[in-house]
Design a protein around this ligand. Structure first.
Ligand SMILES: [Zn+2]
Length: 333
């Protein structure tokens, strides 16, 4: 082989895409308190646009009329176990919004994070790996986050108006942007259907929106938007995102970041690789990553069998389930 025949490393390298399907950015939307009145506007609007949602459940009051301090949402009914399961069947996700909506810290973690997780898993019929802090980021304190690690949560959601990124250092802490008629003081930010979208497009960001239960008018201007504003936001996400946005409940991009972080690619021979994601936390449910293949690839074999590829953004891609490590053989042109 002469020098000119030697492939450059980039020609023969395999890489893991920042997001599933090599999507450019990601959008999730979360509804705190998991109220039954979501059926009036939010659930039909999201269904119309094909966007899955995520429910944050106060576990000590599943199926009951809400009674939390002086909450604006007291008197509204929280979804029952049957309602939660129905939403799971529709592709929505479910997170723990604590047992009592009170203080979550080292002293209360057994109840607010531990017992709440077990009871919610029984109610929703699936593992719960997302914690959504009640109240404010005060409940994202070190004791609460240590409890999250101890009880096997993979993500803890704050209310911080910022993007999440594929390479964030701390995968447990997840930012959420408000989707409200008006932001909290001192800025009182006005409703913006484009909030963070351009930024997410540039930085391969993941937006997680946060609201409660949009009705004809916002229940509270600093805690919610109206149904019309929700429709405007969702229509904007879908129009601006097109084929470049991954619309997903919180768990899917969360699992993807863990799996991508743990993925190791080792060269085993000419055009042959071993790809695996060892030592993943047990709670990671979806272990599929999208790999980008050298452009010269003519065919792909995984564990000795032909494997589907597809093209996006001018790249040749393949989805690989790394529940166990895979033997990947590339047949170059
Ligand atoms: Zn809440």
């Amino acid at each position: 082989m002469t020098d000119s025949d030697t492939p450059t490393p980039s020609e023969h390298s395999i890489s893991v895409c920042p997001w599933r399907g090599d999507k450019r950015w990601v959008y999730s939307i979360t509804f705190d308190e998991a109220l039954s009145d979501l059926h009036r506007f939010a659930i039909p609007i999201l269904a119309e646009y094909g966007v899955p949602g995520h429910l944050e459940v106060v576990v000590g009051q599943i199926g009951e009329v809400r009674r939390v301090g002086s909450s604006s949402y007291n008197g509204m009914k929280q979804m029952s176990a049957a309602e939660l399961r129905e939403m799971v069947a529709r592709g929505w996700g479910v997170g723990n919004h604590s047992w009592s909506h009170g203080a979550v810290n080292a002293d209360t973690a057994d109840l607010e994070l531990g017992k709440a997780k077990a009871v919610l898993e029984e109610a929703a019929g699936q593992p719960i790996t997302v914690y959504c802090a009640p109240g404010s980021n005060v409940n994202m304190n070190e004791g609460a986050l240590a409890g999250c690690r101890r009880f096997g949560y993979l993500g803890a959601m704050s209310i911080t108006d910022a993007l999440n990124r594929p390479d964030d250092e701390d995968l447990l802490w997840m930012n959420r942007t408000f989707l409200h008629h008006q932001g909290y003081g001192p800025f009182f930010s006005e409703f913006d259907p484009y909030r963070n979208i351009r930024h997410a497009q540039r930085d391969q960001g993941w937006i997680i929106d946060y609201l409660h239960c949009p009705l004809e008018v916002p229940v509270h201007p600093n805690k919610d938007c109206s149904a019309d504003q929700l429709r405007e936001r969702i229509a904007t996400v879908v129009a601006e995102g097109g084929d470049d946005v991954w619309l997903a409940p919180v768990e899917a991009p969360m699992d993807y970041r863990y799996t991508r972080r743990h993925t190791r690619i080792t060269t085993e021979g000419p055009d042959r690789y071993r790809i695996g994601a060892a030592d993943l936390p047990p709670g990671v449910h979806s272990r599929t990553v999208t790999i980008s293949l050298p452009p010269s690839t003519r065919a792909l074999e995984v564990d000795g069998r032909p494997h589907a590829t597809y093209r996006r953004n001018g790249k040749l891609l393949a989805d690989l389930d790394l529940a166990s490590s895979r033997e990947v053989q590339i047949a170059p042109a």
